[in-house]
Unconditional design. Structure first.
Length: 173
């Protein structure tokens, strides 16, 4: 019986739809990470497990600095339980539409690509959780909604199995 449930769960998680690099663009806007994140940004988000249950909410204050070559994002998280976390990203443009980056806890190099109003960012990270750390793969998708608003849905996998998603709404200050 366990194998039937596990097989069903794995089949269901494999069928969840996600954006792709050839999806049609929904606007004529151009997302430029260095412009959007240069300065102060605030984000509100939550983690939902694979069943859709909201497990954790947070607010992030982000101080961004673009020096013409490197985009630094100093992220200060405050979770609903009062716990805090700081993550500092260093991103470098590697081509007209491509980026790479690193942050504490990130395994290897994060890679990303801008396309019109969309940005896709992929990386593996040891993510702090209330009872330790969890190694997960992120497939982040960002869409520029207006010049000062950005929607982000990050699909999370562990050992190749979808475990949930993070939904974040960014707003420039």
């Amino acid at each position: 019986m366990r194998w039937i449930i596990l097989t069903g769960f794995l089949a269901l998680s494999a069928c969840t739809g996600r954006p792709g690099p050839t999806d049609p663009l929904l606007s004529t806007q151009e997302l430029n990470l260095e412009e959007f994140f240069d300065g102060k940004t605030v984000a509100h988000g939550q983690f939902q497990d694979v069943f859709g249950t909201v497990r954790r909410r947070f607010v992030v204050d982000i101080d961004g600095d673009w020096d013409g070559k490197v985009l630094t994002l100093d992220e200060n998280f405050v979770y609903e339980d009062g716990s805090t976390e700081n993550r500092k990203w260093t991103l470098t443009r590697t081509g007209p539409e491509s980026w790479q980056g690193s942050a504490p806890g990130v395994i290897g190099i994060a890679t990303g690509e801008e396309r019109g109003d969309t940005f896709n960012w992929r990386y593996r990270i040891d993510l702090p959780v209330p009872d330790g750390t969890l190694r997960v793969d992120f497939d982040d998708w960002m869409w520029l909604l207006t010049e000062d608003r950005l929607l982000n849905i990050a699909y999370m996998r562990r050992a190749g199995v979808t475990i949930g998603q993070v939904v974040i709404f960014f707003e420039k200050k």
